[in-house]
Design a protein around this ligand. Structure first.
Ligand code: FE2
Length: 404
């Protein structure tokens, strides 16, 4: 019996025939004529062919119930370039060569689809990357391009969206779930007499990243301007990756302090008490994103030796000077209908002071976790790929087994 199992996911892959199948069981080596190759262990192939449920596309076999590695008795290339596996009970599985090739090319890794990052300075950008958002709810091309720019540059702007307070939630739900916080799901940034944060005043707001009080601060933040009649209050953005590079190159002692000495961060709300501890520049674990824990309103106490505290303050002073340096900090005015999306853990954002008595400046805002925006980008890319021819040729496999 030949089982043509679906790929172990919901993507559509181009059919790129395998040119070579060899290796010594239980290992199978596959290669393509243009270079990519992949070593596959028999049980990994079992999990990703026979064990795949066709509805959920998930592996269904608990590790304790996997067969012995020798259960794979043969592997060969079919006439049309698929991998055919013969199992100890006589069942044969066909593995899609396009899926194997994607793994061989590392396209299954988390960082593959969103693409490379562009570290920028004001020599490169004098305005945020900007897209016309007038039809963004119906235009998946603009929507996708905007999200890709947010990921690549750390920020990007939509102009001409409806300047009403309900629009942001409608748009952001197309990315994924909104991440709530102690400010609610959708928060409003405006000068108020009963301000619960420095953001809700007319004060200058130094370059910072939100919610370093959390184990994982929100990945992305969105701000939608619905009113702006004040003269000041310009939005400011600094690429944290450029700041990190500058510190590493020209302020190495301060860079070492900022990446190794910890602070306790805590919010100061009557009905909440979020706390976390970490360095100001947090490179995290292998594969995780840079997190700038730079927000003085919630930095509570040094968690370091008394002797280290002076140099910790010196280092933060240098960090702030670099973050506000005109070489790195881009200033732009919010117009009603503008939506800025930005990487809250990479970018440092701030605001010029304004006079709350001389007009109104109202932004609505929300957060989205990093995973959800990257997931939406992968699905958008998957949908775009599905418009290409990707199906298997009609000819069934019929060639004899190759040598392993
Ligand atoms: Fe902020």
């Amino acid at each position: 019996m030949i089982e043509a199992r679906p790929t172990p996911d919901f993507a559509t892959y181009p059919w790129v025939p395998i040119s070579i199948v060899d290796g010594v069981l239980p290992n199978v080596h596959v290669a393509w004529a243009d270079g990519p190759d992949l070593d596959c262990y028999s049980l990994w192939l079992f999990e990703n062919s026979r064990a795949i449920d066709p509805v959920t596309r998930e592996s269904t076999v608990d590790p304790a119930d996997l067969p012995e590695p020798s259960f794979l008795s043969a592997a060969r290339r079919t006439d049309d370039g698929a991998l055919e596996l013969t199992w100890g009970d006589g069942v044969q599985s066909i593995v899609h060569p396009g899926w194997l090739r994607a793994v061989a090319r590392q396209r299954h890794r988390p960082e593959a689809v969103p693409g490379p990052l562009t570290i920028w300075t004001t020599d490169m950008l004098d305005e945020p990357p900007t897209f016309d958002g007038a039809a963004v709810l119906d235009d998946t091309v603009v929507f996708g391009d905007w999200l890709r720019a947010i990921h690549a540059y750390g920020f990007a702007r939509l102009r001409n969206t409806p300047a009403d307070r309900a629009f942001l939630e409608t748009l952001i739900q197309r990315i994924g779930p909104i991440r709530g916080s102690n400010f609610g799901n959708i928060f409003t940034v405006e000068a108020r007499l009963d301000a619960d944060s420095t953001a809700n005043t007319g004060l200058n707001l130094g370059q910072h990243a939100d919610l370093p009080t959390r184990e994982t601060p929100p990945g992305f933040q969105f701000l939608h301007c619905v009113e702006n009649t004040v003269a000041g209050g310009a939005s400011r953005m600094t690429d944290g990756l450029a700041v990190v590079a500058e510190l590493e190159a020209n302020h190495s002692a301060e860079y070492e302090v900022l990446t190794t000495l910890n602070w306790v961060f805590a919010n100061r709300a009557p009905d909440g008490d979020h706390r976390w501890i970490g360095p100001v520049i947090d490179h995290g674990q292998l594969g995780s994103q840079l997190t700038m824990r730079a927000f003085y309103p919630v930095r509570l106490a040094p968690d370091m030796s008394t002797a280290d505290v002076p140099r910790a303050y010196d280092a933060m002073r240098i960090l702030s000077r670099v973050a506000h340096d005109e070489r790195f900090m881009l200033r732009s005015r919010f117009e009603p209908g503008d939506i800025i999306g930005f990487d809250n853990r990479r970018m440092l954002h701030g605001r010029d002071a304004f006079d709350p008595g001389a007009g109104s400046r109202v932004l609505t805002g929300c957060y989205v976790d990093r995973d959800d925006l990257l997931s939406r980008l992968r699905v958008l890319d998957r949908d775009a790929l599905q418009s290409r021819p990707a199906t298997r040729p009609a000819t069934p496999p019929c060639n004899p087994p190759s040598n392993l």
